[in-house]
Design a binder for this molecule. Sequence first.
Ligand SMILES: [Zn+2]
Length: 288
Amino acid sequence: MLCRTADLIAEAGASGNGIAALNVITLEHVEAVADAAQATGLPAIVQISHNTVRHHGGDVLPLAAAAAAVARAGDARLALHLDHVEDVGLLHRTAECGASSVMYDASRLPDEENIAATRSAARWAHANGLFIEAELGEIGGKGSAHTPGVRTDPGQAARFVAETGVDALAVAVGSRHAMVTRTTVLDLDLVSRLHEAVPVPLVLHGSSGVEPASLRAAVERGLTKINIGTLLNVAFTGAVRSALSDAPELVDPRRCLAAARAAVSAVVADCLRAVTTQAPAPDPAPTA
Ligand SMILES: [Zn+2]
């Protein structure tokens, strides 16, 4: 079923769990997330980045409509989110494409302009019933600002949230985008201090490079939305590569896409379990 991001994040936060947000590129990625959510009985956020929208010719609708349709067709609890949206044109299409939340990324702007742009994006989002996430300063590894040592200052983060009115904040605590090895060390003490200082859910970007045990620890310290992209693509392309090399004469792409979908699903199931540190609340007893 298609859920609202705000509800899944609130539920995760209230139970002390995290919720994984998985970046999807193809329909097979979407199906893999749905399969993993179904198999584990855990909710998930399906997210489409602005870069993926560019890959699909600049229109968010075809992939988003497919993702929303996959969610509506199954029992797994899925929400749809737009990730790293860099212009208001795409921001304003969030609701129409079936997403209930958006990460608006003006972090490439100087701080004062980031605050002003994010505040107006948040006003628009709230007027349209949407949940909005933003980011203060760049998270290392994305785009040209390659800043591995960057860390979010708790005081500055609290001010940013107060001044912009966003519902969730992406923080820099040691992770980086596009990591293909799981060697990232998170600054867990900083996670604790951010959790204490910032009144909205915290989001970890670039989580693919983080060991499951470390993700779990970060969730326990107060991170809630855990964004994972590269890990899925390592599984996807690895499965395609071995399907092709096993059968050099292979023509039908469904053979390698099916292998890719199964590999991504297995990785996503591990991620969903890794961020679920507490047992979900038991179902209420059925009434006679
Ligand atoms: Zn990100």
